[in-house]
Design a protein around this ligand. Structure first.
Ligand code: SF4
Length: 739
């Protein structure tokens, strides 16, 4: 009982975090791009924001005669300041992608055969409403699960919640940043959120643990990183691979995978035993120091060296470098952090180290969010659901929550087993679930159990061919989306997404699809706004900004309060934990009878002849989301597998050779290209995630490269919040001619 109360308290605190109201509206430059003439053509500039990844950089679209000419960075955007990456520029090719879903379709062939008939929107939406009603009558509303993703996901979640199902989950939590957000929330009282509030440009020492900034490109983050480095920041990179960031590092620590928590504990040991921590900061803001000191006293660099395979001297040196730079030490919390199944505790260790350095809420460390007042759109009460969630949120995984987007793999599992009750219908919106959720064979098997699968997307992603109903969505350049109200920027801001051209073909915006479906399902009251501009107006009403100016500039920013010294009592608690202090020892975890301080737990090493499969990002692709883009395909059309030159030599493999990967369960990749580098540990194989599409309808992406997800036939589950650790799969590299 006590544990339950603690958990509720924990999330009540979440809702109450960062109660800081922007003090003054300070708009961006009043200059608005006027329409102009280019030759005899009138060219308009329309502000919006990018969706080639989730960073939402500000875009200025040049449009003439209703046609998009090009996309440029929006100089008025307070965070991205006129910068776009390669993918951002290539949005033009997404708009004009010949493989786009063009009209609604209903399946006529066998499931998976890819045979559909074209239907009208009326027919498609009637079909959707009828099938959902049938399932509700036969099995109850909870028999439908939703897998939404992206900024429109709220509309589909609202629709289905109003319909009566509790089952909705997004991969952003269990397959990505959930462990990090829970770990930081347990420690500081608030999750990290996105964009990550890391003060890279003011830092004196940047610490990247598995974050490969530079290959992982989010424009403002890369810019801030480069600024910090140009101003003299020292850089520590912990990565089994000599990444682009590692090539700039003062210390590259090629750590044995899965041992990061041991390194973090050893760093804490040095800071505490040598009294290099920020005593005044901890005295003022933290609880549990004595217990922490006792906990780490044996975790010396000499203890950690054989575990991490980093020398004790380098552990000492890097601990001293951080101590000498404090509090301006930016330990990046990472983004995709569901690696080994003990990831929340690793995030806790990173948060505790940040606290020891006095770097949370301080210049050059992790800055504080500044809350913006946001309008609420009152909805009727949601129906009480009689059945619990099927993904075991809050039950088996106490700190997984519905608010935190649920557990996708839990919904897959319950569909497979039809336990705790039948799940017979899925709605997938805006993502490729066969790539974003590991153990894809299970996902495919679960799809076979369905009586109804509806897919809403821009492109025919892999699950589309198994769908009963396919609904074509307009691209981000053809639609309104809810505004980005961003608090984790030093200047918080509101940015809009608005159409720069009319939707092509018969595609429709996600908001329209959800609202029209609601009409047919008797749920109109849950969409009490007339159109997206009405929706926008209501959300931004308390900010009292000039709507015309917002639409013209694309974004409006406000004064922020990023550092502790900016805050007053009126700004709410600095650390909205249960205790109101930084919790070095977590009271929530203790109440739940879980480890209140992080421990190092060894993970399984690769068997002889196998390498651990690790993966990351490319600066020119956003996983399977962009791989059909003709401009980006020209830049990178496949993902080779990288191994160390020592391993290659020992196995008589050479750079550029064609190989096949076989994982520990005998699952094989297609024939792929091997790349060999001295900049890699001997126990890992590395690739870029998201390639190897199995959708023949994606003519560029189909069978380009290989799917790392297909080789993830097992996962390690985080006991605290249910994340699927995916770096627990091993591969053998086999010359293609031997297969
Ligand atoms: S980082 Fe690139 S792809 Fe992502 S939003 Fe910005 S411009 Fe678009």
């Amino acid at each position: 009982m006590k544990a339950r109360i603690s958990r509720r308290q924990f999330f009540r605190n979440t809702a109450g975090t960062a109660a800081v109201v922007a003090s003054a509206v300070a708009t961006a430059s009043p200059e608005v791009h006027p329409p102009g003439l280019r030759g005899s053509t009138r060219v308009q500039q329309i502000a919006t924001n990018c969706e080639m990844c989730f960073w939402r950089c500000g875009v200025m679209a040049e449009v003439a005669d209703g046609k998009l000419l090009k996309l440029q960075g929006n100089p008025h955007h307070p965070m991205t300041k006129g910068k776009l990456c390669a993918r951002g520029n290539a949005g033009v090719a997404l708009l004009n992608d010949p493989d786009r879903l063009k009209y609604p379709q209903i399946r006529i062939g066998e499931r998976g055969e890819g045979k559909f008939k074209r239907v009208s929107w009326d027919e498609a939406l009637d079909f959707l409403a009828t099938r959902l009603k049938d399932l509700k009558q036969k099995y109850g509303p909870e028999s439908i699960a939703v897998f939404p993703h992206g900024v429109h996901s709220g509309f589909f979640s609202t629709l289905m919640k109003a319909y009566g199902t509790p089952n909705s989950a997004e991969p952003a939590f269990a397959q990505c940043r959930g462990p990090r957000d829970i770990g930081y929330q347990l420690t500081f009282g608030r999750p990290v959120n996105s964009p990550e509030p890391v003060d890279l440009e003011e830092s004196k020492c940047i610490v990247l643990i598995g974050s490969h900034i530079g290959e992982n490109v989010f424009t403002s983050q890369v810019t801030a990183f480069a600024e910090g480095m140009a101003k003299g920041a020292k850089l520590i990179v912990v990565d089994p691979r000599f990444s682009t960031a590692a090539s700039k590092a003062h210390h590259w620590l090629p750590i044995k995978p899965g041992t990061d928590t041991a390194l973090l504990l050893a760093w804490m040991n040095v800071l505490i035993t040598e009294e290099l921590y920020d005593k005044q900061y901890l005295d003022q803001y933290a609880l549990g120091f004595k217990e922490l000191a006792e906990h780490v006293k044996d975790f010396t660099p000499a203890w950690a060296a054989p575990i991490t395979e980093i020398s004790a001297a380098q552990i000492f040196d890097t601990a001293h470098l951080m101590a000498n730079s404090r509090p301006a030490v930016a330990i990046h919390p990472g983004r995709h952090v569901s690696w080994y199944g003990n990831d929340t505790q690793r995030a806790r260790a990173m948060a505790i180290l940040t606290a020891l350095l006095g770097a949370y809420g301080r210049k050059g460390g992790i800055f504080l969010p500044t809350k913006l007042p946001q309008g609420r759109i009152a909805l009727p009460p949601m129906p009480e659901t009689e059945k619990p969630r099927a993904d075991r949120v809050g039950d088996a995984f106490p700190l997984a929550t519905e608010e935190a987007h649920g557990l996708t793999q839990g919904l897959v599992e319950s569909t497979l087993t039809q336990n705790p009750y039948p799940i017979k219908g899925w709605i997938v919106y805006g993502q490729n679930i066969l790539e974003s959720i590991p153990t894809r064979q299970k996902t495919l098997e679960a799809i076979k159990k369905l009586e109804f699968l509806a897919v809403v997307d821009v492109l025919p992603m892999e699950q589309t061919r198994y769908a009963d109903l396919v609904l074509p969505e307009a691209t981000y350049l053809e639609r309104y989306d809810p505004p980005a109200i961003v608090t984790t920027s030093k200047r918080p801001y509101v940015a809009i997404r608005q159409p720069v051209v009319e939707p092509m073909y018969e595609s429709k915006p996600g908001w329209w699809v959800a609202k029209e479906a609601a009409k047919r399902m008797g749920l109109t009251d849950y969409f009490p706004w007339s159109d997206p501009t009405d929706h926008l107006r209501r959300l931004i009403a308390p900010l009292q900004i000039d709507e015309q100016e917002l639409m013209a500039l694309g974004a409006v920013s406000f004064d922020g309060k990023p550092y502790i010294e900016d805050r007053t009592e009126n700004d709410g608690p600095l650390f909205p934990t249960q205790s109101g202090r930084i919790e070095l020892v977590s009271s929530v975890l203790r109440d739940l009878k879980l480890d209140a301080l992080p421990k190092y737990e060894p993970i399984e090493s690769p068997p002889a002849g196998f390498l651990r499969l690790i993966y990351g990002r490319s600066p020119v692709q956003s996983f399977s989301r962009t791989e059909n883009n003709s401009w980006l395909d020209d830049l990178m059309s496949e993902n080779p597998i990288w191994i160390s030159s020592r391993v290659a030599r020992a196995s008589n493999l050479v750079n550029g050779q064609k190989v096949v990967l076989q994982n520990q369960d005998g699952v094989r990749s297609p024939v792929i290209t091997l790349c060999v580098t001295p900049g890699m540990r001997d126990d890992v194989a590395y690739t870029v995630h998201g390639f190897g599409s199995q959708s023949p309808a994606l003519k560029k992406a189909y069978h380009h490269g290989f799917s790392d997800t297909a080789l993830m036939t097992r996962v390690a589950i985080d006991p605290i919040m249910g994340a699927t650790g995916m770096r627990v799969n091993f591969v053998r590299v086999i010359p293609a001619e031997n297969v």
